[in-house]
Design a protein around this ligand. Sequence first.
Ligand SMILES: C[S@@+](CC[C@H](N)C(=O)[O-])C[C@H]1O[C@@H](n2cnc3c(N)ncnc32)[C@H](O)[C@@H]1O
Length: 371
Amino acid sequence: MTRDETFEVQIDDLSRGGAGVGRLPDGRVAFVPFTVSGDRVKIKLLSEKKQYVQGQLLEILKPSGHRTEAKCSVFGRCGGCEWQHIPYALQWETKVKGVLHVLGRFKLSKPPVVEEVPAERIWDYRNRIQLRGQGEDLGFFQKASRELVAIERCEIARPELNQALPEIRKQAKSNPNAYKVELEVNSKGKVQKSWNQGHGALGFRQIHDEQNENLRNWIVGNLPPREECLDLYGGGGNFSVPLAAKMGQVLCVDLSSPRIRPKGMPANISFHRQSVLNWILKSKEKSLENILRAAVLDPPREGLAKDADEIFSALEAMKVQDLILVGCEVDPWARDALKLLEKGYHLKKIGIFDLFPQTHHVEVAGVFVRA
Ligand SMILES: C[S@@+](CC[C@H](N)C(=O)[O-])C[C@H]1O[C@@H](n2cnc3c(N)ncnc32)[C@H](O)[C@@H]1O
C-alpha cells in the first residue's frame, strides 16, 4: 500500500485512546482520530503495523447519527480536545468502558463497587493552559507537530483565561521570537502568567476545580481516621488539606512540595520536598512503631514505574492498612494496582472521575485495604 492510497472505512467503535475504529479491506484495524461509531469516512494511512494502521481523516462520506457539532473553530487542527464531535454521554460511557477493559486486561477483578463521577461542567473548566505564540498569533501546537494553530478563544478554558488573551497578544506584538506562555487562574479569579518557562512552571494543579473537589471529598470519605496519613506525590498539599481534618498527622511528600508549611495550612501537615522513594526508604527505618497508617499515592502519568516494588514493600513494612492509589493514565495505574494485590492488599472500590471533558483522558482512583 502506498501512503497516497485512500480507503473508505466504516467506523464501528470508539477506542479509549480517542480514535474511531474501523477495518481496512485487508482486515487490519484502522484507528482514525476525529471519527465516531457510525461514520463512513475516507482516510489515508499515516503509519502501518502488521495488525493495525493509523489513518488520517480526509472526508466524512456519511456522518454518524452520534455526531454533534464541535464548538471550537479549530477543532480537528488543534492538538487539544479531540472529542468535541462526540456527545458527552458517549464520551463518558467510552471512558468507563475503557477503564473496565484495562482492569480485565491486567486480570484485576472488577471490585464490588465502581463509582462514576462524570463532570457537570464540560466546557470552560480548565484552570490553566499553556499557549504558544509568534507575535499576535496565539494558540496551540497541532498534534505531534510544532505547527502553530492560532485561536481566538479556547472553549475548555476558564472564562478568566480567555479574557486574558487580548492582553497577551498586545504584550507579544512587537516580539519577533516564538514564545510560550502559561496562564493559570487562582481561586480568587486572578490570572497568573509565566513566560517561556519549562512545563508546569507554576507547579502541578488538577485542571478541573469542581472535579478536583469531588476527588478530594471521595478520597477523604474513603479513608478511615488514622494516626498518620502519607500523602505521597502530594504536590502542594491538594489532598493533605482535607485529610488533615480527619487524620492525626499528614505527611506530604513531593519533589515540588513547599519547603515550609504555607501560611493558613493546618498545623498537622508536614511537607517533605524529596523523592518519594528516598523519603520512604529513610522513613521506614524510623517509623516502625505500631501506629495505624493510611496513604494516598498520586504519582505522575507513568505511575510508580521502577520504584513500585520498593515503595510498596516499604508501605507494607510501615503497616499502611488503608491506601488510595490515584492515576491519570489507566494502564500504569492498573500495573501498580496489580503489584499492590501481590503485596496482600484487596481492591475494595474504584472511582472513575472526569477531569478532562472533551478529551479521551480519565482519572481513576482505587481504595485498597490490607487483608
Ligand atoms: C499527578 S501530580 C499529583 C499532585 C498532587 N497529588 C495534587 O493533587 O495536586 C504528581 C506529582 O508527583 C510529583 N513527582 C514526580 N516524581 C516524583 C518523585 N519521584 N518523587 C516525589 N514526587 C514526584 C510531581 O512533582 C507532581 O506534583
